[in-house]
Design a protein around this ligand. Structure first.
Ligand code: NAP
Length: 272
């Protein structure tokens, strides 16, 4: 926990630990009920504010950016935060980098809660690439009709292969759209069933699928459908994890990490 002691509060007893949960994901939503009503952990959930109607939560919530790592560090100090859980999406690299820098600056422990990456199995033909630019470079050798499911950001990377036919599935349309001569836009939000994904691959005669390694169940059926149809997958790898930050895949393990921190704090408060 942070260097503050219970005597800082003037109560003489260990106060509940203040937790900031960087959310916007199913993992954060799964941790929330474990923190709701916890006697020693008081959590505030932070959302970027991209979703117009976010799912309801019983925990206090704040919305919108902090103003970079400096803004986040100041927010941690101003709100006497004792620990941060970064449960943001594996590809939300900016907020995760800010969380690392800000917690170091503020002297606050940080843990990462993230879904496990997908693993290729028998029958999968995956090409792992570090970014969308590398995906675009690989495509011409793999097929002509391409399904892109990497989200609406940075699609201009595919302008490097303008000769291909693209089917691009996003929740919202990118603004501005990439300068590609042949695109079919599909607006849809997961989860998608295996039958949906087979239909999509068949209807558009897809030769190759491009996806980010987001992990999770909601969008995994496209990988199974690709496997069953013998379609290659260009898998964009996650940004690397920050060294030294404990990483959990399960909400329960994250809760135990927070409880351990609170216990260490209470023991040290008891011994003073
Ligand atoms: P990003 O590029 O890493 O973040 C951009 C900026 O948005 C951050 O610098 C920060 O602004 C603000 N921000 C992001 N997450 C925030 C949070 N939880 N609370 C407060 N501010 C936040 O993130 P992104 O890829 O745009 O994703 C935005 C949110 O959508 C994240 O919470 C993420 O978990 C969720 N999401 C992302 C994806 C994806 O594929 N990237 C998919 C599903 C859900 P300041 O610098 O001003 O603090």
């Amino acid at each position: 926990m942070s260097s503050r002691s219970s005597s800082d509060t003037g109560t003489g007893a260990a106060r509940p630990r203040q937790i900031l949960l960087l959310g916007g994901t199913t993992e954060a939503a799964a941790l929330e009920p474990l923190l709701d009503g916890h006697p020693r952990l008081h959590a505030t959930v932070s959302l970027a504010g991209r979703t117009r109607r976010p799912a309801p939560s019983r925990l206090p919530r704040r919305t919108g950016g902090f103003g970079g790592a400096d803004g986040l560090a100041a927010w941690l100090r101003d709100h006497a935060i004792d620990a941060v859980v970064d449960a943001t999406h594996p590809f939300a690299w900016q907020i995760s980098a800010n969380a690392v820098a800000a917690t170091r600056r503020a002297g606050v422990p940080l843990a990462r809660l993230t879904r496990p990456p997908w693993q290729a199995g028998p029958g999968d033909h995956w090409l792992r690439v570090p970014d969308l630019e590398a995906a675009a470079r690989a495509l011409p050798g793999l097929g002509r009709r391409v399904l892109i499911t990497t989200g609406r950001q940075h699609l201009e990377a595919f302008e490097a292969a303008p000769e291909l036919d693209y089917v691009i599935r996003t929740i919202d349309l990118p603004e501005p759209p990439p300068a590609l001569p042949r695109v079919t836009w599909l607006r849809a939000r997961g989860p998608f069933s295996l039958a949906d994904e087979h239909r999509l691959l068949e209807t558009h005669a897809i030769d190759v699928l491009v996806t980010k390694d987001s992990g999770g169940e909601a969008t995994a059926p496209k990988l199974q459908a690709a496997r069953e149809r013998g379609i290659p997958v260009v898998m964009v790898d996650r940004p690397p994890d920050a060294p030294g930050v404990p990483r959990f895949h399960a909400p329960q393990a994250t809760l135990e990490w927070l409880e351990d921190l609170a216990r260490v704090h209470r023991d040290s408060a008891d011994s003073t």
